[in-house]
Design a protein around this ligand. Structure first.
Ligand code: SAM
Ligand code: SF4
Length: 454
């Protein structure tokens, strides 16, 4: 989401007559987009700002945007006096006025707009991903999970009209991109403010935009995850075979302390719905926090048994990080840092073995891959499957290498816990894709793995 915010901010500046350059050294005005989801990300911001100070002598100006900007506000001017602009994501639509202020040598802030009903829509988005167009469908979050800064930094939930989402999807298709990723903190809380379309209906409508071959979405909240979403995926070949459904913990007691609004049993019921898709094998990935205040050994063990039960294809795992303004920061029974580190290592080890077995099941299949890039040094092409798995492949002699953006059949020859390796298959094999969908013209991608932040 931050990545796409940067694309929109850059697009908005370009439409004001600014020109985007490749390095901070070449710029007159440097925008720094920030994340405060965990402590480490936030500390990085102040280190980076200190590094930028040397550029001030060259007459450059600095703007800090994103969640650290919203959270720290004018304190940023105290800690980094070379900064001229501080703005949170709800204020980006006012950037043109703020830019006029800083061009006149004044300081500008955009920190007071979190209750706005408006979303940040730009006439022009500087798209920097060569394969995929990101589309924000809902901004902010009303959930207030006990550990999370997002509702404080990004403000309340507001959905865009389905008409404007579809218009953007059509523009993306017209520009030649074939993949769309719908974005929101909770995409399934989406409700069209005019047409009353649900998220599942919007998803299906985007999947029908001519020229679009793959549609992805992040992130879904388990509380509002509906059967309608699974039915849409099952029915429309353009919707990818992948759902990212963050669970956070396998213990209902911890989930309640986190204010997640579902129990382990409710979560597993949604997994059943996803597994029951008739025409697809939908890949599942999740987010997990270890060491939430008060998490006992037995409760952590319940998270491990949940991994065994669900058999995810990828997990983004995090040590709990205390965040300002959140209820969890005042909770008793903090888990010591070394214990959090040990739990994270145990979790990642267990998940690695699950992924090793999951990925190995693809050996021998022919899967459709979208070509993302060429790696001449390794003699490989990087592709991605509908399930969002990396599928690197070679091209047999006599066959020509497909270009970036092409959709091709690949026979899987080997597997690792985070990727597959194969060989380009004959185009005729496209009809025999043993993968997971009923012989569509294409197939989408996914990028699951065990990622440990912090
Ligand atoms: N809206 C999404 C949801 O509810 O699942 C999550 C969005 S959040 C930006 C991404 C992930 O960061 C969360 O799923 C959670 O695992 C992790 N996260 C958020 N706050 C955290 C904290 N204080 N400490 C550790 N991890 C955190
Ligand atoms: Fe944060 Fe997601 Fe909870 Fe919202 S739903 S508060 S973004 S973890």
């Amino acid at each position: 989401m931050n990545f796409h915010d940067s694309e929109k901010v850059a697009g908005s500046l370009v439409s004001q007559g600014y020109r985007q350059v490749q390095s901070a050294e070449d710029a007159d005005l440097i925008f720094y987009n920030t994340c405060s989801i965990r402590d480490k990300a936030e500390q990085k911001v102040f280190h980076r700002l200190a590094e930028f100070k040397r550029l001030q002598k060259l007459g450059k100006k600095f703007a800090v945007i994103g969640c650290v900007a919203q959270q720290e506000g004018e304190r940023i001017f105290e800690r980094a006096p070379h900064v001229s602009l501080v703005a949170g994501s709800s204020s980006y639509r006012n950037l043109p006025q703020m830019l006029v202020q800083i061009e006149h040598g004044e300081r500008a802030t955009g920190l007071d707009d979190r209750n706005t009903e408006e979303t940040f829509e730009t006439e022009f988005t500087a798209r920097t991903n060569p394969h995929r167009g990101y589309v924000t469908i809902i901004e902010g979050c009303d959930k207030f999970c006990a550990y999370c800064v997002v509702p404080y930094t990004r403000g309340r939930e507001r959905s865009r009209t389905s008409e404007s989402v579809l218009e953007e999807a059509r523009r993306i298709a017209d520009s030649g991109l074939t993949e769309i990723q719908l974005l929101g903190q909770n995409v399934n809380s989406y409700l069209d403010p005019i047409g009353r379309k649900s998220f599942a209906e919007l998803l299906a409508a985007v999947g029908e935009v001519s020229g679009i071959r793959r549609v992805r979405f992040t992130t879904s909240h388990p509380r509002h995850f509906s059967r309608g979403i699974v039915e849409a995926i099952d029915a429309l070949p353009t919707l990818c075979d992948h759902v990212h459904l963050p669970v956070q913990s396998g213990s209902s007691r911890v989930l309640s302390a986190m204010a997640r609004e579902y129990t382990r049993e409710m979560y597993l019921e949604r997994i059943e719905w996803i597994r029951a898709a008739k025409h697809r094998t939908i890949s599942l990935t999740t987010d997990i926090i270890v060491g939430f205040p008060g998490e006992s050994e037995a409760e952590f063990e319940q998270t491990l048994t949940l991994l065994d039960e669900v058999q995810y294809d990828g997990v983004f795992s995090f040590k709990y990080s205390p965040r300002p303004n959140t209820p969890a920061i005042a909770m008793q029974n903090a888990i010591p840092e070394e214990e959090k580190t040990a739990r994270l290592a145990t979790l990642n080890e267990r998940q690695r073995e699950i992924q090793r077995a999951n990925y190995a099941r693809h050996v021998g299949e022919v899967m459709e891959a979208m070509v993302e890039g060429h790696q001449p040094a390794r003699g490989q092409i990087t592709g991605r499957t509908s399930q969002n798995k990396t599928l690197n492949f070679t091209v047999p002699e006599g066959m020509s290498a497909p270009g970036v953006g092409a959709y091709v059949p690949v026979r899987v020859l080997r597997s690792y816990p985070n990727s597959l390796v194969g060989e380009l298959a004959d185009a005729a094999e496209n009809g025999n894709l043993s993968a997971t969908r009923p012989a569509p013209e294409h197939q989408p991608r996914s990028e699951p793995v065990t990622h440990s932040a912090l």
